[in-house]
Design a protein around this ligand. Structure first.
Ligand code: GDP
Ligand code: IMO
Ligand code: MG
Length: 430
């Protein structure tokens, strides 16, 4: 019996989906615990590519159980589409292998409407959200006016909570944001059939996890977003509205902290960020563009081009501490092939000082300049390599230096998007 957590260590899109799909071979249950369909997790198996937004990335292993925990904000229209799309592609998705927490909060049409209207109103100062209604849904949860899956199952409760909530929202829409109001009856009409579709999947996720643990099963927790998008520890206010750090597994799924054995931090071999906010090692030159093209760095959710830059050890050291990382999984090492010189940021220069962790003050972070060390690159293709010792010397040196700077061992190295393009010396479940 083992509980392993997978989290992103940067600003998201590190390759969590690929690693979760890979580790599902050793797991029995895979659980999402925060975020919503702002996530886009890509799995590549041979010629097939799947992008998952809400369903855990273990779903291709249809004998395993996937659970969506209470900490996730769920747009049921998206969940239904995702289930149907997988079924159409021959993946058996049913209440036997997928469960949705009765306590999960619902993203409703007015949350998306609010997200988009606010971003439009902010103009240049916008956060660059995914426009999926994530922030407004979490706001309602904390304000205790949210609507949970279990509330939807009772049509009277749903209608009443919806109407009450919309009194305030519609006032804001019409009088402040100057956008059309939302008609509660239209939402009720859409959600009737959706409720019946989703009803068989609804379960108590905390109990399902406890049962699995009592049967000595392995549980894999799949983080979404990344540590530096964390609402508490990230580059606030340019963050998401949940806690992507490993600690949030406990409240987002209903499992106690003493049950967790290891935490795998996914590290892209360089850095990307999508949306606004500070990014000290961003490359706005041709190297940044080359990384974007070679790495296919376009958002899996919104299609937006991702900003690219060098690896940042300040970001990673913070992540090691904030998540209690026990191992790293380095992805997209192949994308660096062909770079003559590769840089790693080891600290930030600010006012004649060198900072070694992220400053909380936004203005300070914006004024920070990265302190780089430069490493030799390699030119030979590495996609076919399966042993660390067989990687080009320069790639090995880069990985050794990364381990030294972050002080966490590397257990997995990914050299291509496909499931099989992986060096896997250290199984976190063992
Ligand atoms: P996630 O949100 O963390 O799951 O990551 P995304 O799926 O948004 O973005 C990662 C992208 O990189 C996807 O297109 C993956 O298929 C791809 N990918 C993952 N690992 C590797 C790798 O080692 N090499 C290459 N070239 N692509 C990879
Ligand atoms: P995965 O799980 C990358 C970013 C958005 C925006 C900020 C707030 O695929 O790694 P939100 O819609 O959450 O309110 O947007 O967070 N963001 C992500 N960036 N990967 C993600 O998920 C993200 N989810 C949100 O671009 O900057
Ligand atoms: Mg993604």
């Amino acid at each position: 019996m083992s509980c392993v957590v997978v989290v992103g260590t940067q600003w998201g899109d590190e390759g969590k989906g690929k690693v979760v799909d890979l580790l599902t071979r050793q797991a029995d249950v895979v659980v999402r615990f925060q975020g919503g369909n702002n996530a886009g997790h890509t799995l590549v198996v041979g010629k097939d590519k799947f992008i998952l937004h809400l369903i855990p990335s273990g779903i291709l292993h249809t004998s395993k159980k996937c659970l969506i925990g209470n900490g996730v904000v769920v747009d049921l229209e998206v969940l239904q589409q995702e289930i149907l799309a997988l079924q159409e592609r021959g993946i058996a998705v049913s209440p036997k292998n997928l469960g949705l927490s009765e306590r999960a909060q619902l993203i409703l049409p007015f949350h998306k409407h609010l997200d988009l209207a606010r971003e439009a109103q902010k103009g240049k100062a916008s956060i660059g959200t995914t426009g999926r209604g994530i922030g407004p849904c979490y706001e309602d949860k904390v304000a205790r006016i949210g609507i949970r899956v279990v509330d939807l199952l009772d049509p009277e409760v749903f209608a009443e909570r919806l109407k009450t909530n919309l009194i305030e929202k519609n006032f804001i829409f019409e009088n402040f944001l100057k956008v059309p109001p939302i008609d509660p009856q239209a939402v009720i009409n859409t959600y009737g059939p959706l409720t019946e579709f989703i009803r068989p999947y609804v379960t108590n996720v905390s109990l399902r996890i406890e049962e699995a643990l009592s049967e000595n099963k392995n549980i894999l927790f799949e983080g979404a977003q990344g540590t530096h998008l964390d609402i508490d520890h990230g580059t606030y206010p340019y963050v998401t509205s949940s806690n992507p750090v490993a600690g949030s597994v406990c409240h987002g799924s209903g499992v106690g902290p003493t049950r967790i054995q290891s935490v795998v931090g996914i590290v892209k071999a360089y850095t990307t960020r999508v949306g606004g906010g500070p990014f000290p090692t961003e490359l706005t030159d041709e190297i940044g563009l080359a990384l974007r093209e070679k790495g296919g760095e376009y958002g899996a959710t919104t299609g937006r081009p991702r900003r690219c830059g060098w690896l940042d050890a300040v970001v990673l050291r913070d992540s090691a501490r904030l998540n209690g990382l026990t191992q790293l999984a380095v992805t997209k090492l192949d994308v660096l092939t062909g770079q003559k010189k590769i840089k790693i940021c080891t600290g930030y220069s600010f006012n004649n000082q060198t900072l070694t962790s992220m400053p909380a003050r936004l203005k300070t972070l914006e004024a920070c300049r990265p302190v780089y060390e430069e490493w030799e690159g390699w030119s030979e293709p590495i996609e076919g390599i399966r042993k660390r010792a067989n990687l080009p010397q320069a790639a090995q040196k880069y990985l050794n230096r990364l381990e030294e700077l972050v002080r966490v061992p590397i257990g997995i190295i990914s050299v291509g998007a496909d499931r099989e393009e992986t060096l896997f010396p250290d199984n976190p479940f063992s």
